[in-house]
Write a protein that binds this ligand. Structure first.
Ligand code: ADP
Length: 505
């Protein structure tokens, strides 16, 4: 066995020719070039052989007794197993080859005897390559069709999931925030019909209050690829304020980048929670006030002198009762502010006087903690702002109290103010332990602390910053914090200057 025939054959070729010399010649020529050759002398035998084991290509003599080449080719093309095998006709020089008929019955080419080796090989090679490319194309086509089928099925599944999901879902274009699709739950919650929503943007379906927060959420989802369970408020068609936990994922719909917003309506949950907190707080306030009275009476000595140990126990009782009263008062304060039961009593007030007042109020606490308090008025230009002085003082003392609480002895807390175009900017800076970046937003929410033990150890309630934020927002201002862990924090407040009377006092 030659080394060539031991290799995997280039292709399997069936030669059908009634002239044995031709068969021998072709067979030898092709075998030497690495092809596997099967040769038969009768058309019917060739047909059976091709059906039983389809070759890669068939060389078919035109002129044969019983069944001629055209007939064989026709039969090959009728059979599913042999239909796609390329057929090259062989004709002798003296024979009349009906080329049109040869192509009509499905032949791809013809060669004439006597054979020129290079020509036969070149033609074979060409048709094998075409055949191979056709097969590849076919495979790719099938794969593509399969992928398209899978894609359509996935899209249908996605659409079904969106439609039947009990959570409100909306899909909007990323660029303009234009609604592309919503589900029924979203329509029910928002009060709008599909026709009113689709094609409109958040801005023009009157969800103005939501635009800034939504833009912020979209920006964050662009940075991270998603945003999960972000509290978000918007007004329905009928003006009802809904609170939802919003999760935003970025998706592509028909080549357009979109946001997929999945909501969890927690309006009722929030209302019940607020109602519960306020109810409990109201119920706690009266007994706690009388407890405090009783402890004060004990401490006054009117009921007899306490031993030193008794006094110590009494002090613990007083300290914790005071903390509970502070907590209940803060809860009620926040709840009343949120429900609009407390409005800001805004008057023209000298902000510099207020800053001095804040420092004086906090001085005893700072001294006790051995922390320095420093007031820096960068623009020495006294301004009157339209504010509720008591509430702004409450905000400043709260920030100063936190700054002192989280500072080490001998560190300095700075209260600064300066004017920045449309804003009066106030900052409270400390060099304490700092706040981790993932808490910079959440600490302004109710009962959110960096460390669960903060309120216990530092005597806070976890409500101070939530109250501050509410007060500042009621003044159309902004409050935020910047911090480097281990190096300190700076709380910033911007109050609008528009309504400011710039007269000097
Ligand atoms: P609290 O009454 O517990 O101080 P706040 O709402 O005022 O409640 O503050 C919430 C939490 O934010 C605090 O418990 C603390 O974890 C963190 N925090 C506030 N101010 C500072 C600060 N200046 N430095 C470090 N952490 C702070």
């Amino acid at each position: 066995m030659s080394s060539q025939s031991a290799r995997t054959p280039i292709a399997d070729i069936l030669v059908i020719d009634d002239t044995p010399e031709n068969l021998a010649l072709l067979s030898q020529m092709l075998t030497e070039r690495g092809y596997k050759v099967r040769s038969v002398t009768k058309g019917s035998t060739g047909l059976r052989g091709a059906i039983a084991a389809p070759p890669n290509i068939i060389l078919l003599d035109v002129k044969m007794p019983q069944m001629n080449g055209y007939e064989v080719c026709q039969k090959l093309k009728e059979n599913e197993r042999t239909r796609d095998i390329p057929v090259i006709f062989i004709s002798a020089l003296g024979d009349v080859l009906d080329k049109v008929k040869a192509f009509q019955v499905g032949g791809v080419d013809y060669i004439t005897k006597p054979f020129q080796v290079e020509e036969v090989l070149a033609r074979l090679q060409t048709h094998l390559t075409i055949c191979k490319l056709q097969n590849q194309l076919q495979a790719q086509n099938t794969k593509l069709q399969q992928e398209m089928k899978e894609r359509v099925a996935a899209e249908e599944k996605f659409a079904k999931a969106v439609r039947s999901c009990p959570n409100p879902i909306a899909i909007a274009t990323l660029k303009e925030g234009r609604f592309v699709d919503t589900n029924n739950s979203f329509l029910l919650m928002s009060g709008y019909t599909q026709a009113e929503i689709i094609g409109n943007t958040i801005a023009n379906i009157h969800l103005e209050s939501a635009i800034t927060t939504y833009a912020d959420i979209v920006q964050r989802s662009q940075e991270k690829g998603f945003v999960h369970n972000q509290e978000f408020q918007f007004s329905t068609k009928y003006g009802e304020i809904k609170t939802v936990l919003l999760s935003v994922e970025l998706i592509e719909l028909a080549g357009t980048p979109c946001t997929l917003s999945i909501m969890n309506d927690i309006t009722e949950h929030k209302r019940l929670e607020n109602e519960f907190i306020s109810l409990v707080s109201h119920e706690l306030r009266t007994p706690m006030t009388s407890m405090m009275g009783a402890l004060d009476l004990l401490g006054s000595g009117q009921l007899g002198t306490l031993t030193e140990q008794g006094q110590q126990v009494l002090n613990i009782g007083i300290k914790n009762t005071e903390r509970l009263i502070r907590l209940v008062n803060d809860i009620l304060d926040l709840e009343r502010m949120k429900s609009g039961k407390i409005t800001m009593q805004q008057i023209e007030y000298d902000i510099i006087k207020l800053l001095h007042h804040a420092i004086e109020t906090m001085q005893p606490m700072a001294e006790k903690a051995r922390v320095n308090l420093n007031l820096e008025i960068i623009d020495n230009d006294f301004v009157n702002l339209r504010i509720d002085p008591d509430r702004i003082l409450q905000t400043l003392t709260n920030l100063l109290s936190n700054a002192i609480k989280f500072s080490e002895p001998n560190q300095t807390v700075y209260l600064r103010t300066n004017k920045q175009s449309d804003w009066l900017h106030i900052s409270v800076e400390d060099s304490g332990r700092g706040i981790p970046s993932n808490k910079l937003q959440t600490i302004f929410d109710r009962f959110q602390q960096v460390d669960a033990s903060d309120s216990r150890q530092k005597g806070g309630t976890g409500l101070g910053l939530a109250i501050c934020r509410h007060i500042i927002e009621q003044h159309d201002g902004k409050i935020w914090v910047e911090s480097i862990l281990g190096q300190g924090s700076t709380f910033h407040i911007n109050l609008p200057l528009q309504s400011v009377n710039r007269d000097r006092l």
